[in-house]
Structure formats: C-alpha cells, structure tokens
Design a protein around this ligand. Sequence first.
Ligand code: AGP
Length: 611
Amino acid sequence: MCGVVGYIGKNDAVPILINGLSKLEYRGYDSAGVAVFDEEQKKINLCKTKGRIQNLQDKLYMSPLKGKVGIGHTRWATHGVPSDRNAHPHFSDDSKIAVVHNGIIENYMSLKEELEEKGYNFISETDTETVAHLIDYYYKSGMDILDAVFKVLERIEGSYALGILCRDFPDRIIATRKDSPLVVGIGKNENFIASDMPAILNYTRDVYLIDDNEVAVLTADSIKILNSDKDEVEKKIFKVDWDIEAAEKSGYDHFMLKEIHEQPKVVRDNLNSRLTDEGVVLDNICLGKAELEKINRIYIVACGTAYYAGLVGKYLIERVVRIPVNSEFASEFRYKEPLIDDKTLMIVVSQSGETADTIAAMRLAKEKGARTFGIVNAVGSSIAREADDVLYTLAGPEIAVASTKAFTAQVVSMYLITCHIALELGKMTKDEFLKIKEHMELLPSLVNSILTKEPALKRFMHKYIGSKNVFYIGRGLDYVVSMEGSLKLKEIAYLHSEPYAAGELKHGPIALIEESTLVIGIVTQEELFDKTVSNIRECKARGAKVLAIAMEGNTEILKYADDVFYIPRTYWMLTPLLANIPQQLFAYYMALGLGNDVDKPRNLAKSVTVE
Ligand code: AGP
C-alpha cells in the first residue's frame, strides 16, 4: 500500500525521488520521506513528515538534502498513526542503516523485544524500524552488509518490499521483496528501485521485475540480482510499452475523471483483437473444448470493485452456459476450506495484480491443483506472473484510487469469457454470438454517448447532495451494478450507502428509509422491471427520493422516479457496463460537491498489498 522509490547515479537524488513519489502517491498518502547519502558529510540525512508529498517538499525547501544516492517512501499507515515519527525512512540506532518498507512484518513484536533486550531504542511505532535495527545488529556482529540483509530475511515474517542504505557503502542501494511489488529500473550511469513503474518512467522504460526473495544490489552502473541462495540470477529486461502520458492527468481536473473518459477507448482496445466472426480469441490462452470439459467447478475470486466485475461474470456464465460459478471475496476464500481440485478453474480478477488477499487465494488454489486464470490490468504484476493464464484488461495505468476504467475492462473480459465458454461448450450458437458481437462492437460509442450527458449527473449532485443515506437497489444484473455504484459513493463521497437486492428491502432495511434517503433504482433488466418498480414505489411511499437508471425508451419509470438517467438500449448482458458509467460520474460529482479529494480519498490506498 505504501510506495517505495530509490535512486543511485550522477544526478541530484532528491528531485528524482520526489518525482517518483508523486507518481506513487496513489499507493498511500498519509506521510512521506526521503533519506539521502551526503558525500561531504559522509552520512545519511533524513527528511520526513506527516501528510502529502507537498508537505515533504515544503520541508525540503526549508532544509535541503543533497546527494546522489537516496531512497524515498509514501506511506499508508498500518502500525502507528500517520506522524513525522512513524513516517519512513527509518534509521537504525546510530543512523548507519536507513530503510523504507512496503508491507507488514508480522513477527515484529517478538523481534522488537529481542532487539530492545540488546539495547536498541525504538523511536517509532512501526514494524519497519525492526528491520533497520536488525540489519544493524547483524552487520555490527561482523557480517558483511549483504549477509546481514540475507540473515534478516530469514528472521522476518510477512510481506515486504525494502529499500536499504548503509552509511558504510555510499555507492549502493540494496532492495528486496516478498509478496509486495518491486521493480528495478535500468538507466545509463544511474539505476532505480520502485514499487511501481510510473515512478521511474520519466527516466527509463527498461526494468527488472524482482521476484519474491530476490535481493538486488544497485550501484550507479551495475545491477546484481541474487536469489535466496545468494547466487546471481540472469533476469530478462522487461520493456514498459505504455506512454508516460497515460500516467498524467492530461488536462483533466482529476485522474478519476480522465479515466472515466478513457472508457470508450478501453472498451475498444479490449474488443478489437479478441472478437472475430469465428469466436473469441483470448490472447494466447489455450482454454478450448477439451480443457473446458475437464472443468467441473469455476471460482471467480477478487476484492472490492474487481469482485463486482467477477460477480457480473458469475451471473452471465451461469445464465448463458448453465454451469455453477462460485464468486468469492478473496479475503474470505481461504477460510472456507474451499473445494478445489484439478478440475477447478479459478479466475482471479485484479487491476493491480498485487492485492494480497487475491494473490493468497490464487496460490492456495494453485497448490491444490486448480488451473488459475488471471484477469489483470498491471502488466508484469505478481498475479500476471503467477497465474497459469493471463488475460490483460488493457486499460492502461489506473491512478485514481476509485477504480473506473479497470472495472469496465474487467466487465468486458467477463463478456468475452462467457461467450468463449458458451461457444466452446455448444451453449451458444454462432448466430447468437454474431448478434452479441454486433452489440458489443457498439459499446464504445454507447459509452461515449453516456459521457456526453455528464452535465445531468452534475445537476443530480446539486439536487441530492443533502441526502443522509443512499440505497442502491436492483435485481439480477442490476443488483450487481448497484453494488459497484454504492462502493464508489462510499469511497470518494464518504456517504453512507448500501446496495440492496431490491426484493430484500422489505425484509428489514426499509425501516431506514425516510425523507432524507436517496434511492438509486437500477432498472435495465426489462423482465425484472415491474418487480423492481414495486420496490421503488415502496421507498417512495416512505418519503425517499428516487433517481432511476433505465434503458432509453422506458417512459413507464418516469411515473415513479423523481429523476431518470437513460442509458442507450443494448443487449441484456451488456447493460452492467453502461449502467455503471452514470454511477461513476454521480459519485465523482458528489465527492467534488462535498469537497473531498477525489483521487486520494481518506483512509484508502490504490493497491492493497496487506491482508
Ligand atoms: C475500487 O474502487 C477500490 N479502490 C478497491 O475496491 C479495489 O477494486 C480492490 O482493492 C481490488 O483491487 P485490485 O483490482 O487491484 O485487486
């Protein structure tokens, strides 16, 4: 959840570290800091502060740090409140070792006790400080610095991406990872470490993807990567092929708004090479009739928004292919003793490809013999590398914490997978497929037409901004859409909202409906329309205001709702993608109206790399 960055080379480290941190701020943003080796003073200097990168820059402006080797960090607090003291980097007792860390050291309490007994003083409440002291301890007991790091890796449990400086070796950065992302950027007479590629894209597009338990030793003109046996490993250079522009706001006020507007292109990119008249081409994935016939159980596992995209997949595969699909929260999956064997297909959905719970669920399934299939956005991420097959969602980097275009791309993947499985297993005729394909090809322009109606959503914001509670209701696929809409509103508008299966309202939650309640009724599934409308009327009768999302041409809904947002008519399976777009814009404008930081909502981080 935190961002880690490091630079070693011929240039001033601080501006490069700050630039990198500003690209990583989406990962966590409650405090930030840098440690830089000062050649004249022959020591490592530290500057860190509670708050955003801007606070750090202000502090650095008052007391500049100079040096050509440094590490930096932007934090999402896990151990200890956001404060100057808890901000990274952390020093060992005599400032010999400086460490930045993303992840959680699970056994830090026992290590801390052990180190305190040895006389180490802890300044912060963090788990990370243990690592700095422990390296120091082994180093001072006579080990080479690298051996000391390896020794510490044997002792610590949990997840980590670590950047390490040692005062005695001003010409190197040591970095390592386990279950937290880390890349090494390859420059000319300069090298980098980072939690994520955008941090270093201004300087290089060539990176090494560091694997679990590997240790990288960087100097200005060399990179050595060692495995856990301390043997040097040959790694392939990974070329980042997306444009730096993709990680910039390009004139939009917020990344979220930019990403919402990128959706027509994202849909097009996902369909273009994959829809043919013969069927669906799932990149290089070999999941044909023979493989599919061996499968007797499908799980779709993910967290948050990705989970809702997976739920769309469950509804579609079950309805179209007629096979049972379990859709599960990754954070719960492992504790249910799931039924997995070699006839299981496990689809994991993740934008970042680094979500700790999703990775853990996937590894469990793999261990038990399941075939794992990742639907991933971040190229080269852990899930992309570990899953047996990967279908990339081609959304480009998603920076706003609230996921929008990645969800849309994941839903497109669900459409493609459903059609593919149905065709292979003879559950969909070629003619049916060609009809759906025709509708799918219209999606980019339909999304576009929804985006042209953006001002309506701003108007609804002004009208409903005083709502105290918001219920999102729907049935069937509309219910799934309501879950994503409600999550978005919670995340960025900080408004209490609940998604509810429309028919369940009267079994309890209707007691909460009052005049200040807003009900967002999603009614795009025509065969369920009358039933959902009854539930909408029940809410109206109790004083709620109703904003409906319906398909064009449905004038009936005007009788029951205070306002209606129309989405273009499309094939029934494709409505979740379209119905969600106005929900994104509504949440966006509500958050703006309430004065919130849309791209960096409180308490959240983009990539949840802790369980
Ligand atoms: C979405 O708006 C959220 N920020 C969050 O629910 C997210 O979808 C979830 O944490 C899963 O992330 P992933 O797709 O990177 O695995």
